[in-house]
Design a protein around this ligand. Structure first.
Ligand code: NAD
Length: 335
């Protein structure tokens, strides 16, 4: 099957080509992001392979459908960037990578906590400059800290297990509680308000849905402890960045670790080091000494990329062979 791979980088090519070896799909790589203006690159392809910041709205999907594309193979877990109703209307099948190394993302979230709590980023620069002073590097133990986890699915559970190892007390909120979570040591489900009131560190591991859009907003911040550390490795729009900036300025928020950002589609996955960044909200975030931002790299491990590529190729093969695909996203109209 001919597949147009959008937003492709050298690493996508490497891992997808390896997974495709002996399978034989015709993978054609395009660097541009997929949107209604670039969709025409998929002419002659029966499938499109897309990533997190590609825009799969009704306009893009309509162009793809007119070109004869039948399959949208997402090489990611989240699908908030796809208009599923439009895909269903146009008869397009949408598949995704439902699971890949949850360790990659959970470990990255823990890395952000440790960076903020022990100030590794500052220590790295200092030592390189021959400055071995410890002033300003005072940290705190994670042991016995109360950590709030929003979303206890695959990633949230691994995150919880790691923090259990640090001796943390774990509070979680999930719209669909996971029976395995309360079996962990010092772990219990609470309401979102209780989580906000008690947690010293809050990490978000739920999907971006209409009901979770700007979950962390001014109201939520008002309910949190002073000095709370907030970690978001899930999706940028789960937090209202302007409210977060106010919280950082007032010192309600003690530290912030982000791997995702609401306006990231204009920034991430590209080298802008010689460009003038126009996003003032993002630039303001970077001025705080207690903020660390990584550019959506939580998934970026060898293990995760291998699993993403293998599942993507297998999803495409299922579709090409007319087999049911276990990773198909089915559109469920709201009743
Ligand atoms: P998952 O589906 O296994 O878990 C999501 C959990 O969120 C589930 O337990 C679900 O019940 C819960 N949930 C759903 N609605 C909720 C709500 N309104 N409030 C609270 N909890 C709710 O997904 P996962 O594999 O653990 O991934 C979680 C998220 O991580 C993904 O949706 C994706 O956005 C993000 N992610 C980020 C990266 C990255 O590189 N930064 C990589 C992979 C996934």
């Amino acid at each position: 099957m001919k597949v147009a791979v959008f937003s492709s980088k050298a690493y996508d090519k490497k891992f997808l080509n390896a997974a495709n070896e002996g399978v034989g799909h015709e993978l054609v790589y395009y660097e541009p992001k997929l949107d209604e203006t670039t969709a025409r690159l998929a002419a002659d392809a029966q499938a499109v392979c897309a990533f997190v910041n590609d825009t799969l709205n009704r306009q893009t999907l309509t162009v793809l459908s007119q070109l004869g594309v039948k399959l949208i193979a997402l090489r990611c877990t989240g699908y908030n960037n796809v208009d599923l109703q439009a895909a269903a209307d146009l008869g397009l099948t949408v598949v995704r990578v439902t699971a890949y190394s949850p360790y990659a993302v959970a470990e990255h979230a823990v890395g952000l906590i440790l960076t903020l709590s022990r100030k590794y980023h500052r220590a790295f620069n200092r030592v390189r400059e021959g400055n071995f002073s410890l002033d300003g590097l005072l940290g705190f133990d994670l042991q016995a800290r109360t950590v709030g986890i929003i979303g206890t699915g695959k990633i949230g559970m691994v995150f919880a297990e790691i923090l259990q190892g640090f001796g943390c007390r774990l509070l979680a909120y999930d719209a669909y509680p996971n029976p395995h979570f309360p079996q962990l040591k010092r772990a219990e489900y609470v309401t979102l308000d209780e989580l906000y009131a008690q947690a010293e560190i809050i990490s978000i591991h739920c999907p971006l849905l209409p009901e979770t859009y700007h979950l962390i907003n001014r109201d939520a911040l008002a309910k949190m402890k002073k000095g709370v550390i907030i970690i978001n490795v899930s999706r940028g729009a789960l937090i209202d960045t302007e409210a977060i900036i106010e919280g950082l300025k007032s010192q309600k928020i003690g530290a912030l670790g982000l791997d995702v950002y609401e306006g990231e589609d204009e920034l991430f996955f590209q080298d802008l080091s010689l460009k003038i960044i126009q996003d003032d909200v993002f630039e303001r975030l970077l001025t705080f000494p207690n903020v660390i931002v990584t550019g959506h790299q939580a998934f970026f491990t060898q293990e995760a990329l291998t699993e993403i590529a293998t599942t993507t190729i297998s999803n495409i093969s299922d579709f090409a062979a007319g087999r049911p695909c276990p990773h198909q996203i089915r559109y469920q109209p709201k009743s």
